[in-house]
Design a protein around this ligand. Sequence first.
Ligand code: ATP
Ligand code: MG
Length: 455
Amino acid sequence: MLIESSPVQLSKLDLAIIAMGGHAKFLRWWNAIDDAEAKLRMAYDWKWRARPKQLPPLGDWATWSCRCGRGWGKTLTGAEWVRWRVEREGARRIALVAPTAADVRDVMVEGPSGILAISSPWNRPEYEPSKRRLTWPNGAIATTFSADEPRALRGPQHDSAWCDEAAHWKYLEDAWDNLQMGLRMGDPKCLVTSSPRPLKFLRDLEAEQDTVTTIGSTFENKTLPAKFLSRLLRNYEGTRLGRQELHAEILTDNPNALWKQETIDRYRVRGLPEDLLRVLISVDPAITSNPKKSDETGIIGVATAWCKCHDGTPEIHAFVFDDRSGVYKPEKWGEKTVQAYDEALADLVAAEVNQGGELVERNLRATRGGKNIPFKAIHASRGKQMRHEPVSNLYEQGKVHHVGRLSRLEDQCCQWDPTQGGTSPDRADALTIGITELMLGESTEVGTVEATVIG
Ligand SMILES: Nc1ncnc2c1ncn2[C@@H]1O[C@H](COP(=O)(O)OP(=O)(O)OP(=O)(O)O)[C@@H](O)[C@H]1O
Ligand SMILES: [Mg+2]
């Protein structure tokens, strides 16, 4: 069941505000009253501060899934819900579960939106980190758990559970099952606050009869700094990452696409290894000086290094570390390519010349700094899908790692459907040029450099 807002019982005070004609008039009244205690109580009343979607839904639900974007206010909503359960609904045994022990302590309990920060001075729980326990003056107890250790959730019984960032739990199914087995005291309720990932678990959970789901976008939280919001819009709006992280969509891959987001995510690394064998900038140039929006020049950085595969055998892996693609005029893509080459201390620029012929190299040579760059012209003879397939196989084998997130490239790879005909997208084309050259081409390096373990 999906709800957009949660109707709550209005208190007499809420009704008074409405009767007074809105917030501005209420504020004037508020400033005029000198009952400090009444003021303080209202300041700590979540009903007054929450956006409607942050209030617990009415009704007989078992799980409330708050699937919302980054910075929406998930943690604050969770912490306030725990207070709500203790102060208004008689909860006595609460489980607090986060991806790791550090998260549960630093975010759920001690964080700026955590339980200690939002508790009122007259009903503040005592926190005993060594016992992983919060105790309220009325005897209610919350125990902290790390989803990294699902076994710890086997045994204890609870009447409430708050699961933060559940989509990012390492042992999600185990931790969830153990938690649910023990959620059997009183009228048990569970709140899941998380930004989504493309997980069947989440879809199944939200499809359950007794789950209510609130979906919220980052941009609903007007307390976030305007600069931060406009940077997010600039960088992520319209990307799959933005749809997931900001608008909280559970993404689905195109089943016909050659690449799968899950595979890219699984082998992603944070940084490049130190000892690189080769570093290449691959280019798929748009051959027109009057580019349309659809004509991007793909400019991708790929490197290779020795890695240990799962059984310890050294093998060469590829690392995709840069994406400077965009809609450029020739002189601009030349400039971007030379910059990428210089910054990466690359040893080659490889570019597809099927359409541009000699013009491609000439353009690079005419660019400042491009005169002496080692250049390889790639004449692609096979069809696009034929060229992409061996590359996507290397991804499946865990031999290609993306260094950090390369959202727009990954979107193109995971959305392009070769069965629909049409040309493959330019970033993916440049990627395939680079990986083919380094991993599948004749010049694939089989050197004697020491093995490097992926960091
Ligand atoms: N209703 C509200 N009133 C005032 N401030 C709010 C409200 N909701 C959220 N905030 C503020 O917005 C900021 C982000 O909130 P919070 O940390 O709970 O978001 P989050 O969704 O958990 O973020 P993240 O995705 O980083 O985990 C905090 O400073 C919090 O106090
Ligand atoms: Mg949070």
